[in-house]
Design a protein around this ligand. Structure first.
Ligand SMILES: NC(=O)c1ccc[n+]([C@@H]2O[C@H](COP(=O)([O-])OP(=O)(O)OC[C@H]3O[C@@H](n4cnc5c(N)ncnc54)[C@H](O)[C@@H]3O)[C@@H](O)[C@H]2O)c1
Length: 263
């Protein structure tokens, strides 16, 4: 069942008529991002390996925007290239890309010396090659339009490190370099590239895997605001980075974690 993240009618439609792609948007934080963007007036394309037909139908019904689900494996260039052309045909040129898909909640917690090398490669393929491929195939539409917003979902773990999640944390550290370098290449074309770095958030996926991810008392106490984070906590920052309000903000990381990481 899809949850209600962003109340209908509260948006000021700052994204009216924009076309947004959210990878991994069928569920969990990705779906919350879709709701926020749709509430602000954007049309949505969900690109997920999961079936996203229900999520897209929910967005159409709740927000009255165009919303379509596409089956895409972000780590596979042929799949991403096919998505890019189907997207342009179905909705039009994309203006907002949220690189949210990742291998995360389902990953096993393992000491690094036991980490299987092929799982390491898979994490890098989805979490790093995925955002690169999406940018490679979608940014040309933004360059053509002379404007665009790429929001890469990073993680506070890239700043602090985290035991038994070496591949994941390393992949999220790579997102910082990807963001900074892409921002330099795309800035002259009017395209902003930023990282939104959540702290541990009680997303549906995290709550399904509480054995290795639930926020401990120690995690909560490490925050300036000592409480658990929920998906809604990320949405204001996401809308800011997607909207004209951030037109002169690029190559940055916005940490949304109650003041755990201070950049
Ligand atoms: N929840 C947290 O505490 C937290 C904290 C920091 C960062 N993040 C980041 O936020 C994002 C979402 O996290 P979540 O908590 O919703 O977890 P999640 O693991 O459910 O999110 C992953 C989403 O990506 C999709 N996906 C996986 N592989 C894919 C592929 N190859 N192609 C396309 N889609 C694919 C999944 O189907 C799922 O919808 C991730 O990038 C995660 O690293 C989450």
């Amino acid at each position: 069942m899809l949850l209600n993240y962003y109340a209908t009618g509260v948006g000021m439609a700052v994204l009216e008529g924009r076309i947004a792609v959210v990878t991994g948007g069928a569920y969990s934080l990705g779906y919350a991002f879709c709701e926020a963007l749709a509430a602000e007036g954007a049309d949505i394309a969900i690109a997920d390996v999961r079936d996203s037909a229900d999520a897209a139908a929910g967005l159409r019904e709740k927000f009255g925007r165009r919303a379509l689900g596409f089956k895409v494996d972000v780590s596979d260039e042929a799949s991403v290239a096919k998505f890019a052309s189907e997207l342009r045909e179905a909705l039009g040129p994309v203006e907002i890309l949220v690189n949210n898909a990742a291998l995360f909640a389902e990953l096993p917690a393992l000491p690094f010396h036991e980490y299987p090398a092929d799982l390491w490669d898979r994490v890098m393929a989805v979490n790093v090659r995925g955002p690169f491929l999406m940018a490679k195939h979608l940014a040309p539409m933004m360059i053509e339009a002379g404007r665009g917003k790429i929001i890469n979902i990073g993680s506070g773990t890239a700043y602090k490190g985290m035991p038994e999640m070496l591949a994941y944390v390393t992949s999220k550290a790579a997102i910082l370099g990807l963001t900074r370098s892409l921002a330099r290449e795309l800035g002259p074309h009017g395209v902003n590239v930023n990282t939104l770095a959540p702290g541990l958030i009680e997303s549906p996926s995290v709550l399904e895997h509480p054995h290795n991810l639930a926020p401990s008392e120690k995690v909560i106490r490490s925050r300036a605001m000592p409480r658990a984070g929920v998906p809604q906590d990320l949405l204001g920052a996401l809308v800011f980075l997607a909207s004209p309000a951030s037109d002169f903000v690029t190559a940055q990381t916005l940490a949304v974690d109650g003041g755990s990481v201070t950049l």
